[in-house]
Design a protein around this ligand. Structure first.
Ligand code: NAD
Ligand code: UDX
Length: 475
């Protein structure tokens, strides 16, 4: 049985960084090298100041501090790391295609393909390749074709081991995963490769939590898991709209249905809409696969999860405009939160971006505060969204003009001072601790709060004098 002592991971992002840090911490006998083309990212991972790590994730800095330069290394020397490793994780990004066939739906596998070609070129001995990125079902086949076409006698075994960590809780998710999934071929070699990866995880994960399946099942399980999770959020958000019309309270409904053990209580929090780099991308990918395999009914079923999410984001923005007497032009709207969820600095597909865009189109002035997202990132998100929305229409307002109406603050009170309304977009814990009396006294009246996460104490805020609107709570 092959004992792994040298691992390489290509891609030092939200998955590659924390996942490899955890393997290195739990397996001091394995040398783990995480490589990336992005020099700045690698420099940040190597920064002596742990506050400069490229991603914010509770508990991550401690794990990195323990293992870095012991058996965990971050490097831009991709070829060298590939050549030295017995097992190579591919953890590069797989965004939605923005061009050509499958544009706007299919996963763009160009980074995966580049990795495969690079590995094929560099490898001089047999290697186990682990798909960590989220991939369409049957990608292992394409990888195998590229890797095994060199004719130099080197053999590759391809495993699928999708990552189920969620941002904000990544360290805990990696430390005590509900399960680790490993898919491989049902051959002697395939089984040996799977066992080698099982042995790595068995250093800290109980064997009964390590599931082994065929490759295709493993690949498709990842898309399915994300589709089911996102579907729960869209389902409860759909009910939230009905609650607002009828006077029912969606949080009470979540509690009531969640008590049914067949439904379960997790992932039933109504919100302004789900964000994050995975849900939308992975469902679009699933929809594309269904269409590709001529299953239009199945495709339409899952597509509805995304449509409902778009509707929820739009509904939230429109409610702000409606309640502010049908226009937010020239009005100051304070945004609490920009990240797609709490405890992360990630903003990919954050609902805040879409809500901001819609309010900016109605000429609002937006004042944003987020505890962890940088000013540069927020500006980048707004510009990107505006450019996408605008296309090439010449008479549209320029992005520069739009940015004149955006201010980013480093303290929450400055963001809310003289505001017409506050919109809560992320559920950061600190938002619950503010001095709402002070906030109220410094705002314009009537002072509105639109709580897109149902985290503020509605009774307290109403007593202070605020006009509070929640998700899924009828007046
Ligand atoms: P990311 O964008 O944060 O990181 C990917 C990294 O790969 C980037 O730093 C990029 O520079 C690097 N890269 C791309 N091509 C490369 C190449 N040829 N050589 C070297 N480096 C290269 O992405 P992420 O969020 O870590 O996601 C990675 C994959 O994991 C995706 O498929 C995603 O769907 C999946 N995933 C993400 C999460 C999550 O919570 N973010 C969870 C589970 C699975
Ligand atoms: C998700 C999956 O949970 C994880 O298993 C997978 O590996 C990657 O994709 P992530 O996107 O990091 O993880 O965070 P998640 O906690 O799933 O939240 C996604 C979005 O849904 C966030 O915007 C969150 O605020 C929202 N959400 C989640 C809700 O609105 N309500 C809920 O009840 C749960």
């Amino acid at each position: 049985n092959k004992q792994i002592s040298n691992i390489c991971c290509i891609g030092a992002g939200y998955v590659g960084g924390p996942t490899m840090a955890m393997i290195a911490q739990k397996c001091p006998h394995i040398k783990v090298t995480v490589v990336d083309l992005n020099e700045q990212r690698i420099a940040d991972w190597n920064d002596a100041d742990l506050d400069k790590l490229p991603i914010y994730e509770p508990g991550l800095a401690d794990v990195v501090a323990e293992a870095r330069n012991r058996n965990l290394f971050f490097s831009t020397e991709v070829d060298q790391a590939i050549a030295d490793a017995q097992m190579i994780f591919i953890s590069v990004n797989t965004p939605t295609k923005t061009y050509g066939v499958g544009k706007g739906m299919a996963a763009d596998l160009k980074y995966i393909e580049l990795c495969a070609r690079q590995i094929a070129r560099v490898a001089k001995d047999d290697k186990i390749i682990v798909e960590k990125s989220t991939l369409p079902v049957r990608t292992a086949e394409a990888l195998s074709t590229i890797l095994n076409s060199t004719g130099n006698g080197v053999e590759f075994d391809i495993l699928s081991s999708p990552e189920f960590l969620a941002e904000g809780t990544a360290i805990n998710d990696l430390q005590v995963p509900d399960r680790v999934l490993i898919g491989g071929k049902d051959t002697e070699r395939g089984k040996a490769a799977m066992q080698a990866l099982v042995d790595v995880y068995a250093n800290w994960v109980p064997l009964e939590n390590i599931l082994t399946t065929r490759v295709w099942s493993s690949e498709l399980s990842k898309l399915t898991a994300n589709a089911f999770l996102a579907q729960r959020v869209s389902s409860i958000n759909a009910i939230s709209a009905l609650c607002e019309k009828t006077g029912a309270d969606v949080d009470e409904i979540s509690r009531a249905i969640g008590a049914d053990s067949r439904i379960g209580s997790k992932f039933l929090k109504a919100s302004v809409g789900f964000g994050g780099s995975c849900f939308q991308k992975d469902i679009l990918n699933l929809v594309y696969l269904c269409q590709h395999f001529n299953l239009p009914e199945v495709a339409a079923y899952w597509e509805q999860v995304i449509k409902m999410n778009d509707y929820q984001k739009h509904r939230f923005a429109k409610n702000i405009i409606d309640k502010l007497f049908n226009t937010v032009s020239g009005k100051k709207i304070a945004f609490l939160g920009w990240a797609f969820k709490k405890d992360t600095n990630d903003t990919r597909e954050s609902a805040a971006i879409y809500v901001a865009d819609e309010l900016l189109q109605d000429r609002a002035e937006i004042h944003i505060y987020d505890p962890k997202v940088t000013k540069e990132q927020i500006i980048k998100d707004i510009c990107h969204c505006e450019e996408e929305r605008r296309g090439n229409l010449p008479e549209s307002e320029t992005t520069k003009e739009l940015l004149k109406r955006v201010t980013i603050h480093s303290t929450p009170y400055a963001a809310m001072e003289n505001a017409h309304a506050i919109a809560i977009l992320t559920e950061w814990d600190e938002f619950k601790t503010y001095d709402w009396q002070k906030v109220y006294s410094e705002m314009l009246k009537p002072a509105f709060v639109f709580d897109g996460r149902n985290i503020a104490d509605k009774e307290e805020l109403t007593t202070v004098g605020f006009d509070v609107y929640n998700i899924g709570k009828g007046k």
